[in-house]
Design a protein around this ligand. Sequence first.
Ligand SMILES: O=P(O)(O)OC[C@H]1O[C@H](O[C@H]2O[C@H](CO)[C@@H](O)[C@H](O)[C@H]2O)[C@H](O)[C@@H](O)[C@@H]1O
Ligand SMILES: O=c1ccn([C@@H]2O[C@H](COP(=O)(O)OP(=O)(O)O)[C@@H](O)[C@H]2O)c(=O)[nH]1
Ligand SMILES: [Mg+2]
Length: 733
Amino acid sequence: MTVHNKTIIISNRLPVKITEHNGEYRLRPSEGGLATGLGSVYKRGNNVWIGWPGIEVPEDRQDEVRQKLAEFNLIPVFLTNEEISLYYEGFSNEVLWPIFHYLTTYANFEQTYWDSYKSVNEKFRDTVIQNINDGDTIWVHDYQLLLLPCLVRTERPAVTIGFFQHIPFPSYEILRVIPWREEIISGMLGADLLGFHTFDDVKHFLSAVSMLSSSKQSENIIMHKNRQIVVESFPMGIDYQKFESLTRHEKVAKHTANFKESHQNTKIMLSIDRLDYSKGILQRLQALELLLQMHPEYIDKISLFMIVVPSRDTVPKYKELRDQIDQLVGNINSRFRTLNWVPIHYFYRSFSVEFLSALYSIADICIVTPMRDGMNLVSKEYVASRTKNDGVLILSEMAGASKELNDALIVNPNNIGDVMRAINRAINMPPDEQNTRMTSMRHIVKKFDINLWVKNFMDKLLEVKEIQQSLLTKHAVLSVRERMADDYLKSKDRYIFLDYDGTLVGFHGDIDKASPDQELYDILGQLSADPANRVVIISGRRYQTLQQWFGHLNLEMIAEHGAWQKHLNEDWKALPLLTDKWKQDVKTVLDTYTDRTPGSFVEEKSYSLVWHYRKVEKGLGELRANEISNHLRMMIADKGLQMMPGNKVIEFKNIEVNKGKAAQNWLYNNNPDFIIALGDDHTDEDIFKTLPPEAYTIKVGSNISAAQYYLRDFKEVRELLKSFISTQKITSY
Ligand SMILES: O=P(O)(O)OC[C@H]1O[C@H](O[C@H]2O[C@H](CO)[C@@H](O)[C@H](O)[C@H]2O)[C@H](O)[C@@H](O)[C@@H]1O
Ligand SMILES: O=c1ccn([C@@H]2O[C@H](COP(=O)(O)OP(=O)(O)O)[C@@H](O)[C@H]2O)c(=O)[nH]1
Ligand SMILES: [Mg+2]
């Protein structure tokens, strides 16, 4: 039997409504945005969706529920009431939710919440592992399951994992208040592709990774535990077609006609949210209150239909908010109502999608004022429902949707006066302007719908996996070890060019401490003992340092990127005609930056100057390096110098000095039958570019290079060199 690869969707809640009637469980698949969008995925073939069924099911009834769910390709993770209270209400909704929505003071950092969050994530992992085969793809959703990607990765290292977060990702300064922030980041880094609604979320996540993990980053790519991970924004869309065609549905038309009749001379303003302090419900009410106070002419002329859907009502902050809303609505209504009119029609309940569609159709204004919102789909559903291209959307700049729907009236919900003026403007907006704004927003909501969102994410996930595969073929040990060993063995005249820092040793905050250790001496000693080998250290270090470290070995050396050279059994020689007259002027400038940047220092060599920032506060060093490079750009060109950015350094040197030229010089008039060059930095690229095509060129620590192959770190370099030595030994027997 052939087993086809499948896709597994995982989220806290299954896309199903489960109810109990007279002891019998009934299931109704939900039509929520995510469920609709992913319907095309999980309902196909042997694909499945794993999640919590939403209620506690006693153990003796779990098989029954499991079977019912299986008919819809759904697999349950059963949670006990205690788990729901600690993992879902506790850690997810009393720690992650408030922190990720910037309400740090609402968070309760209970150790038991975290313990349960971990064990429930493990419970999800166990269900995933029971249902997964090699080659399957999994797509994890949202903040309740941040640890799951890494938990699955540990069990199945090769599996393809996508992760999408539906709520905002906060700035690092906010995230860091969570005691378990490192575990959270490393949990997420189990994924191959991480998606967020907005580019801001992406930036915040990348900056948190740079602060909390040792992985390397280049743009939106993270190199973590030898895996290339991509982070990107995928603004979620809605089922546009559904909301557009719903407006023509018979039931909807009936609701709409009823509404119109009873509200003929009133402007209708609509708001729909779950009960949540992130949604700015109180602020919106205050803005309406202010409007009626400042503009009494609107009394009798505008009504707010406010739908608040019950949510997480066992979490204390939510209960509190409900009371506050009740009170404020009561105050406003009793203060402004007339015999035939109330300003606010408040509903604390949910409605059918047909009823919602009718509300979207009749609303002259839709007001969406979250203090923070990952995306906000209500704003998009309103736009999709405005088939006549009229109506006004008031939208908070804190909602992810505001990045796309910038033709809405954008407001800051903390500025009650601003929201009040936006309502006033919406009431009076001429039809032409409504049409222009709505047409352009509809175009966006239509194009970037839920289907495109799913496609974009899945396509990217596939692409990331392919890049990871191609990376493996560039890995020097995995892909060409045998050919390289073979060539090494057959050759009689070998050139081995070795960069020092980052290639033969790791980096150190103090440059003098990155000195060679015994293992390295052994490797270099044995390599250079073979008369067929010319081992050349080609470094940016001062020649005095290289001499001190390696002078006793049978090595050849190139120091200061080529400014100094030492052939076997000869003395050090400087490149002729070099000048160092420029150094004083450049140093004066560099010193001014060093004086303003704690942790930085200038290293002086005979023909170059280096500004080091490895020990400078993260981010500040890069900023200063940029400033320096802008500051010195003109001077550099005038003086015939070159500026080389490196690993936490920026180096200034004579333009004619470079490692490529030095390597060429070494090969001049020689005809070796084996050449290999290893290096980790920008300056080593000159070597890779200059060597003949048959040379083995290997970049250390990255795959973005002119080199043909790469190795992950100096340890892998040492392993490779040791494998050459063992080949030597075998042949000498
Ligand atoms: O499962 P609940 O605790 O009842 O909460 C319902 C869902 O709320 C959150 O929605 C988010 O996702 C939307 C779609 O991406 C987005 O528009 C919105 O801004 C977010 O708040 C939550 O992310 C889900 O996990 C919950 O199931
Ligand atoms: O009675 C209701 C009211 C709203 N919604 C839906 O709930 C979703 C709310 O999503 P949004 O992104 O606006 O906020 P979230 O609740 O996810 O934070 C929207 O698709 C609404 O159509 C619903 O199903 N029933
Ligand atoms: Mg180096």
